[in-house]
Design a protein around this ligand. Structure first.
Ligand code: HEM
Ligand code: MTE
Ligand code: MO
Length: 467
């Protein structure tokens, strides 16, 4: 063992494919697991996600690895040690507004580093009904603000003539604690498919800008009533301001109708917990809004201020973004005031396994995915085709049936079906139906819009069948 070579992290990082060989590290040890990839019990593609770097962030999520026989198996592939005298170069400029952004999970596929925007790989997203916090997609418009929970206060404006409440985290924890499992989806989810029709403005999201968590916190309704607002809805809006701001001091902001906030069955939360943990920095620590059934953009993170107004939030992201338009409207003639801000989202479904371009074994195929609809509409069916839409089979929906009108979380689904022996490839499609019998459009071109939002056409995956 003393004679084993010493490698730097940079050298390990160069070995992240079967062609360049697959190296991983655990602690200070380096392993070449190329020959294990094909026989990994969790599947080759999952192992490859860790290629060229440490196993710890992955194994922390999949406890099956925390057993002696797994360590013994890994030891057989050891090829060296990590260089001990390697220190992280601290060449970061202090004026970088992103310098205090938190560390992130290496499995996340990064669409933009600053601000940080990233999605989990689909084969991990489809693996668990509750998305593990480190894999939850992240959509930041600005640097992550550093907030001291001990001095943090939420400002809640009262009605005209009333007072502003200033609530500490302890004050917020004194409201009845409410827990709801909610799927968040960015309006830009699947934008990369829409961009293939004609270019759009925005981050090139795949189909992973969606995730599910159990959120815990105070009901927004209870806090607004405490601040003196009437529990019966009016035409007003609840405006939210984040504590993240750009160099000019402009904060992220958005609003929702007051009626939704006040609906006792709307389950709108001021959340301080995500899957039983304090919110992670990327997801709004210490407090965020969770608006079930509504687009991600309204679920303001790092919440600083709540107010009621006869108008929607004046924020750019409420008024000049996150709206849908006719496919023939482009930037030369768009009138943002002519379209309502996106709130509830349309019915959606995606295939998470197999992946595009994969080669599958002959015999049978298992297709997995997620399905969700906005506004609390439950998923009642997912149809899957293996032959490009000529014939369809119903997928099995996992988990329990959803409560109508409050179906805030997605359903995972799967279908195992025989593959006829003479088929060389599969054109797999999925499409979901919600309890309003809303369906997904078959193609994306007729729903194209200049901002690339609201992509929910049939999801398609092409795979080869091994001979
Ligand atoms: C299962 C080894 C990397 C995800 C397993 C099992 C072994 C193993 C031996 C079966 C465990 C049992 O006996 O219950 C390894 C080795 C790896 C590696 C040696 C690296 C060299 C990864 C990575 C991921 C992953 C990076 C995730 C991204 C899984 C999953 C299972 C699994 C999901 C199935 C667990 C279950 O069925 O409950 N792996 N693994 N593995 N592995 Fe890995
Ligand atoms: N809140 C603040 N303060 N700043 C932001 O940039 N992004 C919004 C929303 N809330 C954002 C925010 C958008 S567009 C989305 S899709 C969701 O947060 C993403 O939440 P997540 O990063 O926890 O997945
Ligand atoms: Mo978003």
């Amino acid at each position: 063992e003393d004679s084993l070579p010493v490698y730097t992290k940079a050298e390990v990082k160069r070995h992240r494919s079967l062609e360049t060989r697959v190296w991983v590290t655990l602690g200070h040890e380096v392993f070449d697991v190329t020959d294990f990839v094909a026989i990994h019990p969790g599947g080759p593609s999952k192992l490859l996600l860790a290629a060229g770097g440490p196993l710890e962030p992955f194994w922390a999520l999949y406890a099956a690895h925390n057993q002696p026989h797994v360590r013994e198996l890994l030891a057989e592939y050891k090829i060296g040690e990590l260089s001990p005298d390697e220190e992280r170069s601290s060449d970061q400029v202090c004026t970088d507004p992103y310098a205090s952004d938190p560390p992130r999970h290496p499995a996340l596929q990064i669409n933009s580093q600053k601000p940080f925007n990233a999605e989990p790989p689909l084969e991990l997203l489809g693996e668990s009904y509750i998305t593990p916090n480190p894999l939850f997609f992240t959509r930041n418009h600005l640097p992550v603000p550093t907030i001291d929970p001990a001095t943090y206060h939420l400002q809640v404006e009262g009605p005209p003539g009333g007072q502003t409440l200033s609530l500490s985290l302890d004050d917020l924890r004194r409201f009845p604690k409410h827990q709801v499992t909610v799927t968040l989806q960015c309006a830009g989810n699947r934008r990369s498919e829409m961009a293939q029709v004609k270019s759009v403005k925005g981050l090139n999201w795949g189909a992973g800008a969606i995730s599910t968590a159990q959120w815990g916190g105070a009901r927004l309704r209870d806090v607004l009533i405490q601040a003196g607002h009437s529990p019966s809805g009016s035409e007003a809006h609840v405006c939210f301001e984040g504590l993240d701001s750009d160099p000019t001091g402009t904060a992220y902001g958005a609003s929702i109708p007051l009626a939704r906030a006040m609906d006792p069955e709307g389950d709108v939360l001021l959340a301080y917990e995500m899957n039983g943990q304090p919110l992670p920095p990327d997801h709004g620590f210490p407090l965020r809004v969770v608006v079930p059934g509504v687009v991600g953009a309204r679920q303001v993170k790092w919440l600083g201020k709540v107010s009621i107004s006869p108008e929607e939030s004046p924020s750019h992201w409420q008024r000049r973004d996150y709206k849908g338009f006719c496919p023939s409207v482009d930037w030369d003639k768009v009138d943002f005031d002519s379209a309502p801000a996106i709130q509830e989202l349309p019915v959606q479904s995606v295939i998470t396994e197999p992946r595009e371009g994969q080669t599958i074994e002959p015999g049978e195929v298992t297709v997995k995915g997620y399905a969700w609809s906005g506004g609390g509409r439950a998923i009642i069916r997912v149809d899957v085709s293996l032959d490009g839409g000529l014939t369809w089979q119903e997928a099995k929906l996992e988990g329990e049936a959803q409560a109508p009108r409050r179906a805030w979380a997605w359903r995972l689904w799967q279908l195992t079906a025989p593959v006829p022996t003479d088929w060389k490839e599969l054109n797999i499609i999925c499409k979901a139906v919600d309890d309003g019998y809303n369906v997904q459009p078959d193609t994306v071109a007729p729903i194209w819009n200049l901002r690339g939002v609201l992509t929910n056409s049939w999801h398609r995956v092409h795979v080869q069948v091994a001979p």
